[in-house]
Design a protein around this ligand. Structure first.
Ligand code: OXD
Ligand code: MN
Length: 584
């Protein structure tokens, strides 16, 4: 069994003895290495060149059709004690998992090359960065890790000088869904993944290391590893304030991190620090500081266009790997939501036929370097990261949650994050549909028991001298006819402006049981927006009966996490419930 003190070369030898690759290649992330790898991948058909005139240095990779998404059902936390993984995770004992791994990895790299990828999550000279080494037999993984992490010699030197690192063992195996497993051993800083070549399952620096293993370590060490974007908002006076925001998938995290200020906000600028993951520490000044462990974006493609996300749209016109998009007859990438172009070949490589479903897979992705984003913040490279003024939680709630509200205290804010949910609308009846609770948007990513995780969040108030304020936002509120009430996208800056005014203590708010709401008539900037007064009223309304039901549901949800749910969280819940019932 590998242990934390095993040297890099001893570990590689051990894996190679089991997996039996033809050869071993140490990767340095250099341009020369990429040129050789790219030629090899092109020859083997693992990537296809896209139109070099309109999409220079862009490639298409088609994954196995059964391997197109993260696989939560076969993702395991292999902690020594089952209880420590919590009901929010699948658990397997470390012994059973190691046995399974040995069976699945035996000979799995025959006739293949074993690539060794030393990588760093976080700015290379940050005290909060972490090192890792991923072993893989997938060239696509090497090509993506090169964009998503800082990889190469500098990392290797540090590892060889004895710095700790997370070990990741990945193989495509035979890509059979029946032999697909993602195993995390938090006590050993070890990840084993077999049977999938898809992003989150195979690029082990991302969800496996930077969230599941990191969140476990963060709890022991007093920091947070979160599924959050990090964005800087610059006002016309040139002051920049940083926000971190957690949203469940498909709620626009990448869009918010790269938002383009609308014309009604002259002089405002938005700076992207990260679009998916934030590592948050208490800094020497007692404030919370965030770094983005990643160096690139692995974003969802469909829906991206010059209106929804102009920065992302521009940055993926070159130097990008596309996964599972369609292509036009001119070999340009194509996806649903692009206003121009016609798909000729779908994501599986078949002639496009609408009867086969969408041309691009709904989870098709782009991988590109963060620096390619026109809104990229140079502070992304600051070793100490950026100080957080506010934390935002957001969900997709058709009816329930107002456009924005502010938590009344840190514990209430933690409750707000814990209550995070996204909801589908039952189209037939027009009634509110199914709610999937996704606390802090971490349901698939928290590497330990949620009860302990919330307690860890609560405890931060004893460590930090100045905590960010916590807000909840909901861009997705609809009217009775299912029409969105809020224009979203760039106009979300109006909501952020209110948040920053609140953080600066410049404006009063209206108290409600669920939190502080804007005084829309006086303090919320709606100028130049043509929203009808009824929409404005609905956007900020709080339906006490519906909230009572929602918090009853939350109370039920929390029972599964007893006896580890912290008392402060339960008290915060009871306070809201009491206020709701006494004012309904
Ligand atoms: C992602 C995800 O890929 O959250 O970022 O699934
Ligand atoms: Mn994500």
């Amino acid at each position: 069994m590998p242990d934390r003190t095993q040297t890099l070369s001893a570990w590689i030898d051990e894996v190679a003895r089991l997996a039996q690759p033809d050869r071993i290649q140490w990767c340095d992330g250099s341009e020369g290495e990429w040129n050789v790898l790219r030629t090899d991948m092109l020859e083997r058909g693992e990537i296809l060149p896209l139109n070099p005139k309109t999409y220079p240095n862009c490639y298409l990779h088609r994954s196995d059709p059964t391997d197109v998404a993260r696989v939560e059902q076969v993702t395991y936390i292999c902690s020594r004690l089952k209880d420590d993984a919590g009901p929010n995770n699948n658990w397997m004992s470390p012994e059973e998992a190691h046995d399974l791994y040995k069976r699945l990895f035996a000979g799995c790299m025959r006739n293949r090359t074993l690539y060794v990828i030393p990588y760093c999550m976080g700015p290379i000279d940050s005290p909060w960065s972490q090192l890792g080494v991923e072993i893989t037999d997938s060239r696509y993984v090497v090509a993506n890790m090169r964009l998503m992490t800082r990889m190469g010699h500098a990392v290797l030197k540090r590892i060889q000088s004895g710095e700790p690192f997370v070990r990741g063992q990945h193989s495509l195996g035979d890509l059979s869904p029946d032999r697909r497993y993602i195993l995390h051993y938090p006590d050993e800083n070890l990840i084993q993944s077999i049977g999938s070549g898809y992003g989150g399952n195979a690029l082990l620096g991302k969800k496996c290391h930077a969230l599941r293993i990191a969140s476990w370590n963060a709890r022991q060490e007093g920091w947070l590893a979160e599924h959050m974007l990090i964005v800087g908002i610059e006002n016309p006076e040139g002051q920049v304030f940083y926000l971190a925001a957690a949203f469940p998938s498909a709620c626009g995290k990448t869009n918010l991190s790269m938002l383009v200020p609308p014309q009604s906000f002259p002089g405002w600028k938005v700076w992207t620090v990260g679009d998916d993951i934030a590592w948050i520490h208490v800094g020497p000044d007692g404030r919370l500081w965030a770094i983005n462990p990643e160096a690139g974006y692995f974003g969802v493609v469909p829906g991206t266009n010059a209106t929804t996300n102009p920065n992302a749209f521009r940055m993926i016109q070159r130097d990008t790997i596309f996964t599972n998009v369609a292509i036009t007859a001119d070999r340009e990438p194509w996806w649903e939501g692009l206003p121009t172009g016609v798909p000729a070949t779908d994501w599986r490589g078949r002639p496009y036929d609408p009867a086969n479903g969408p041309a691009a897979h709904p989870n098709s992705r782009f991988t590109t370097l963060a620096e390619r984003n026109p809104a990229w913040s140079k502070h992304t490279l600051d070793p100490m990261g950026v100080p957080l003024t506010a934390i935002l939680f957001g969900g997709r709630r058709a009816r329930l949650a107002p456009l924005v509200y502010e938590a009344k205290s840190w514990a209430h804010g933690v409750l707000t994050g814990c209550a995070l949910a996204s909801e589908t609308t039952a189209a037939a009846s027009g009634r509110t549909g199914i709610v999937r609770r996704d606390p802090m948007a971490m349901l698939p990513f928290c590497g330990y028991h949620f009860g302990d995780y919330w307690a860890h969040w609560i405890n931060l108030q004893n460590q930090a001298r100045e905590l960010p304020r916590i807000f909840h936002v909901n861009w997705f509120r609809q009217n009775q006819d299912g029409k969105y009430l809020w224009p979203g996208y760039g106009e979300n800056l109006r909501v952020i402006q209110w948040i920053l005014e609140r953080c600066a203590g410049r404006i009063p708010a209206q108290e409600s049981p669920i939190g502080y709401l804007p005084k829309t008539a006086s303090d919320f900037n709606l100028s130049g927006l043509t929203l009808d007064p009824e929409a404005i009223r609905e956007l900020f309304s709080v339906d006490h009966e519906a909230w009572i039901d929602d918090f009853d549901d939350l109370e039920q949800f929390l029972i599964a996490y007893e006896p580890r749910v912290p008392i402060e969280l339960k008290e915060a819940l009871q306070r809201v419930q009491l206020e709701l019932s006494s004012t309904s």
